[in-house]
Design a protein around this ligand. Structure first.
Ligand code: ADP
Length: 316
């Protein structure tokens, strides 16, 4: 296993940003850390790369961070050498060219001078920036800057890649491109990736997903497996006006949650109640003057599980 985190806790004053978190990522795996703002994803990343040190509490289990077998807390340098880290706000030198920027990051990572140029060219080729080596970083588009960030994180051939919300704020095409690169990297080089993301479609692409809330890892598993936890409990409703449909649904005792997803409504029901609720709503909606397009039990999405986990803990 390339990333091993055990019993990590980190507090800021009275805020427990990370609370006894443990997770593992194997070579060739993409582990997606998903959670709302403030869940503790960035703090987890910063602990993993050694930028922060976990708290030690008397009586609690000792924290452990092992990267490629190196103990981050005892042998920080060799552990860090295994990691490529793309922070949320990656900064580069805007008045240096693409190649100069990359050379800088390669040198910081002590890549020998005989190696930096071929490696930089190889990596720029990989991320699709080979034609732009002489362009100043300040002149790059948002998507290209993102790729330069990835190239910089990869310059020293890390075995472990940490990506903190790498596609937040970039356009859908760039997000798509970026994921293609990550998937290729994992399949070709067997890198282990820990990526945080607020996007469920990205979570669905990960090998494994962990949901975080208030510093805790609530649940983890394969995306498909996680979705199936709500089998038989999610009903999709098309119709109008959605606000009326939602009000009627919320009046049903068996409806635990009703969320609008664009032009449709997802209802999460208590187990075993779907048929009865579908039948009642199919009558109640037209009776209340609404238009019912369709109402049916569907395969749950990761979003549904995510929302159910947030709801469950809302009062905690
Ligand atoms: P996420 O990345 O999931 O949005 P963070 O790890 O950034 O979450 O934050 C987790 C919690 O820790 C939040 O409540 C945040 O306000 C708090 N926090 C994070 N960094 C600091 C800091 N440097 N000082 C004080 N509080 C912090």
């Amino acid at each position: 296993m390339l990333i091993e985190l055990a019993h990590l806790t980190k507090s800021y004053g009275s805020t427990r940003a990370v609370d006894d978190l443990s997770l593992q990522v194997n070579a060739g795996e993409i582990y997606g850390l998903v959670g709302p703002d403030g869940a503790g994803k960035t703090t987890t990343m910063r602990l993993t790369c050694g930028a922060l040190r976990p708290d030690r509490h008397d009586g609690s289990e000792a924290p452990r961070i092992a990267i490629g077998g190196f103990d981050m807390l005892r042998h920080t340098d060799p552990a860090r050498a295994q990691i490529g880290y793309l922070p949320q706000r990656f900064s580069m030198y805007e008045d240096l060219t693409v190649l100069e920027n990359l050379r800088f990051f390669a040198e910081v990572r002590s890549l020998p001078s005989s190696q930096w140029r071929p490696r930089c060219m190889e990596i720029l080729e990989f991320v699709g920036l080979a034609d732009f080596v002489n362009r100043r970083a300040g002149q790059l588009s948002g998507g290209m800057k993102q790729k330069l960030g990835l190239a910089a994180a990869l310059a020293h051939r890390p075995k472990v890649l940490l990506l903190d919300e790498p596609t937040t704020g970039v356009d859908p095409v760039t997000r798509q491109d970026f994921w293609q690169l990550i998937i290729r990297l994992v399949s070709q080089e067997g890198v282990a990736v820990l990526v945080s993301t607020p996007y469920m479609d990205e979570a669905a692409r990960c090998t494994r997903v962990g949901f975080m809330r208030q510093g805790k890892l609530l649940v983890e598993g394969l995306p498909g497996e996680l979705r199936h936890r709500l089998d038989g409990q999610v009903v999709e409703v098309f119709g109008s006006p959605l606000a009326l449909l939602r009000r009627l649904a919320q009046a049903e005792e068996a409806v635990e949650d009703a969320q609008m997803f664009g032009d449709r409504l997802h209802l999460r029901l208590r187990p075993g109640q779907a048929q009865a609720v579908v039948e009642r709503l199919a009558q109640a909606i037209p009776a209340a003057g609404g238009v019912l397009g369709s109402i049916a039990l569907i395969e749950p999405q990761l979003e549904d599980l995510f929302i159910s986990l947030l709801e469950d803990g809302a009062g905690a």
